[in-house]
Design a protein around this ligand. Structure first.
Ligand code: MG
Length: 257
């Protein structure tokens, strides 16, 4: 089942994707379940939004694919390298990625995103998937030229618009058989199976939840494979995960005074 968050007639609601329609839900399915309102809205009349606004945090994993660590000259970490993106960096499908004036090198990172559905603290890997609400697609946009000089990654990873999410949350998805494909203006730049991850999702949830409580609506980005690179204003970045859809965003430069 694919859950979308959408705007229609100036109202934000949730719906289940059903062909060319959205079956409108009575409330936020993470808290209110899947009761429907009895309405249907044609997809063509709705604007899809980020399917979730992370309630407290986006937890990210750096260097979780061997080839990507190598392409930037880094060793593979011995344990997961965690960082955060603020929830203010989240945008939805079709929204513009804004390139701020502080960077000359914005890059894409196509990633599988895990949406947390239950309060998770000290979960064990074997139970971890019980805490997952569903899966969606993320672009971990990065100001590569700020990442090393800053030392900490908060700014390079955390600018407004640097976390496109969507287009919907799939509640039934076997990520172990999945792959991610990233295209720049239609040309494939990244393609790798999730089986290439160094640390798998259950282990990442155990590791992260041992450090901090994960709340319903928090999101875990699972790392990007090799093939990252720069995009410019006017470029369109598409991240596709078969079974989850395509997350498409076009970049523009920030308006300057
Ligand atoms: Mg990343």
């Amino acid at each position: 089942m694919k859950i979308a968050r959408f705007s229609h007639n100036d109202t934000i609601r949730y719906g289940i994707l059903d062909g060319t329609d959205l079956v409108v839900l009575a409330g936020d399915p993470m808290f209110a379940g899947f009761d429907t309102s009895g309405e249907r809205v044609p997809l063509s009349d709705a604007a899809l939004l980020a399917p979730v606004i992370p309630r407290s945090k986006v937890v990210c994993v750096g260097r979780n694919y061997r080839d990507h660590a190598a392409e930037l000259g880094n060793d593979v970490p011995k344990q997961p390298l965690l960082f955060f993106k603020p929830n203010t960096s989240v945008i939805g499908p079709g929204d513009s990625i804004v390139r701020p004036p502080q960077t000359q090198d914005t890059q894409w990172e196509g990633e599988l995103a895990v949406v947390i559905g239950r309060i998770a603290k000290n979960v064990k890997a074997e139970d971890a998937l019980d805490y997952v609400f569903g899966y969606t697609i993320a672009n971990d946009v990065t100001a590569r030229d700020l990442q090393k000089p800053d030392g900490q990654w908060a700014r390079a990873k955390g600018f407004d618009t640097f976390c496109p999410l969507g287009p919907a949350i799939e509640t039934d998805f076997d990520y172990t058989k999945g792959e991610v494909i990233t295209r720049l203006n239609g040309e494939v730049k990244q393609q790798a199976p999730f089986s290439d991850m160094i640390f798998d999702i259950p282990f990442l949830l155990e590791y992260a939840s041992a450090a901090f409580t994960l709340l319903p609506g928090d999101v875990l980005l699972t790392g990007t494979p090799a093939g990252v690179g720069p995009f410019q204003a006017g470029d369109t970045v598409e991240v596709e995960i078969p079974g989850l859809g395509v997350l498409r965003n076009t970049a523009r430069d920030a308006l300057t005074a």
